[in-house]
Design a protein around this ligand. Structure first.
Ligand code: URP
Ligand code: ZN
Ligand code: ZN
Ligand code: ZN
Length: 477
């Protein structure tokens, strides 16, 4: 089976090219610059080289559209246990929604429960995901119980294609690890080449502020933000960077939201340390004002770290331009407003933490292109190419080049859409971006050569997605 995507503008991390893309089977066979290169002889040569028929079986007209490498969302939580409930997207519903939004790979977090082993956790997450995903997927491992057995198992995880491990400086009593435990895991990462991912907020101090707020009767959702000040993200980020420096391992700060944390990352990077960071669309587009919405509406926006004031968002856009923020992921963690966020009415600390977003990352960041915050190439780089390199998927993913998987999105930059829970495909009863006008929309999503979404309709199947055994970080300084 071969497919020719013709007439579009190929956008990669390094530039744009008016070119046609030939797909044979699951792979990209050729990128044919238009003009002299698209004559019949050149096409015949490309198909012959790819061992395909001299005519494509399927033609997709991409005139006036961008042809980009499929998005890679390196931070999702499908079916995640949290606060006595589970995030509501399954691997099936969440990956379908991702495909609608132009994401063709997710990396989800397997969650070690205290007292259990990493390998049993990995088996459990394979059981949830295998055979159910519409697009390709990989796993990171959340380490919440550091001991000799766990540290040893990190090696086996790497053998199983899981090469990155998330730890928490927040959530004492749940996922929290002490500085000593973090150092031990970082030393093991240094020995094995793994990357440590850090949720950097000072959870011990935050718990005191939360207790004080509740004791004073300040129970509304906005207090979630007020009890998690940006300084405590900055402090934890600096501490994580110091621990990683002592251990000598690569460090990736997840869901960075505060200017103070960004400054710490920038300083470490300027000094040549292997420190990287991602931010998420919610920190670019939503603010503390959303957490302060009346009638408990603010609960829709409770995630950790919390939404911040608009000046932090400005700093984050700048960080995306300077590459102190290298990746945009969603931290997609959907809980329904009606039954689940409700658990924290009268006590903000009991609201399950998380914001849905896996479907809209490409659109929201394209909005940054439209408004001039980032370039077209930077959009592709932060949403696809760098996550592929950071998490050991390159050059199979994250690029439009011969030999890469044909994970391709045909994106219409002129289309317009309004984000809404009434039309989104995520299995959650609200949109954090309800009513937001977006310029740009996915026209077609291909996953390994197969059309999985076209004209807003899902054409794939759960089970098409395969598990990605990932290599080590390819983005090291
Ligand atoms: O609030 C959030 N971010 N929920 C998901 C878990 C995490 O810390 O990433
Ligand atoms: Zn986190
Ligand atoms: Zn810098
Ligand atoms: Zn997360």
């Amino acid at each position: 089976m071969s497919t020719l995507i013709s007439g579009g503008t190929v956008v990669t991390a390094t530039g744009t090219l008016d070119a046609d893309v030939l797909i044979v089977g699951e792979k990209i066979a050729a990128v044919l610059a238009r003009g002299e290169a698209t004559d019949a002889a050149t096409f015949a040569a490309a198909t012959a080289a790819a061992d395909a028929e001299p005519e494509a079986d399927m033609l997709i007209d991409a005139s006036g559209k961008y042809v980009i490498p499929g998005g890679i969302d390196a931070h999702t939580h499908m079916e995640m246990p949290f606060g006595g409930t589970f995030s509501v997207d399954t691997f099936e519903t969440g990956t379908k929604a991702a495909a609608h939004g132009g994401t063709t790979t997710i990396i989800d977090f397997a969650v070690q429960a205290k007292g259990t082993s990493l390998l049993a956790t990995l088996d459990k997450w394979h059981e949830k995901a295998d055979g159910n995903c519409a697009i390709d997927y990989g796993f990171h491992m959340i380490v919440s119980d550091v001991n000799d057995a766990t540290l040893k198992e990190m090696e086996s995880c790497i053998g199983g294609g899981v090469t990155s491990f998330k730890m928490f400086m927040a959530y004492p009593g749940v996922f929290y690890a002490t500085d000593g435990e973090i150092l031990l895991a970082m030393q093991q990462a240094q020995r094995t080449g793994a990357t440590i991912m850090m949720h950097a907020e000072n959870g011990i101090a935050i718990d005191q502020l939360v207790a004080q707020a509740l004791a004073a009767g300040r129970t509304d959702p906005v207090n979630h933000g007020l009890t998690r000040p940006p300084e405590l993200e900055g402090e934890a980020t600096s501490r994580a960077i110091t621990l990683a420096k002592v251990a000598g391992c690569p460090l990736y700060i997840v869901h960075l939201s505060a200017a103070q944390a960004l400054a710490a990352v920038a300083e470490a990077r300027d000094a040549g340390q292997n420190v990287f960071a991602e931010t998420c669309p919610q920190y670019l587009y939503l603010t503390l004002d959303d957490l302060a919405r009346p009638d408990f509406e603010g609960a829709k926006f409770i995630a950790s770290p919390p939404l911040r004031t608009a000046d932090h968002g400005k700093a984050l856009w700048r960080g995306l331009r300077t590459n102190d923020l290298a990746v945009v992921s969603t931290d997609h963690c959907p809980f329904c407003f009606k039954e689940q966020k409700e658990l924290g009415r009268g006590d903000f600390s009991k609201v399950p933490n998380g914001i849905p977003g896996v479907e809209h990352r490409m659109d929201l960041l394209h909005q940054g292109v439209v408004s001039g915050e980032i370039s077209l190439q930077r959009w592709v780089e932060t949403c696809s190419t760098t996550p592929a390199r950071m998490f050991g998927l390159y050059p199979r993913k994250g690029v439009i080049a011969p030999g890469a998987d044909a994970d391709i999105v045909i994106y219409d930059p002129a289309a317009t859409q309004t984000l809404s829970a009434a039309t989104h495909h995520m299995n959650v009863d609200y949109s954090a971006y309800e009513g937001m006008q977006i310029t740009g929309k996915v026209a077609v999503t291909l996953s390994r050569g197969r059309v999985v979404v076209a004209d807003g309709e899902f054409r794939g199947s759960p089970g098409h997605g395969t598990f990605l055994s990932r290599g080590l970080n390819q983005y090291l300084i």
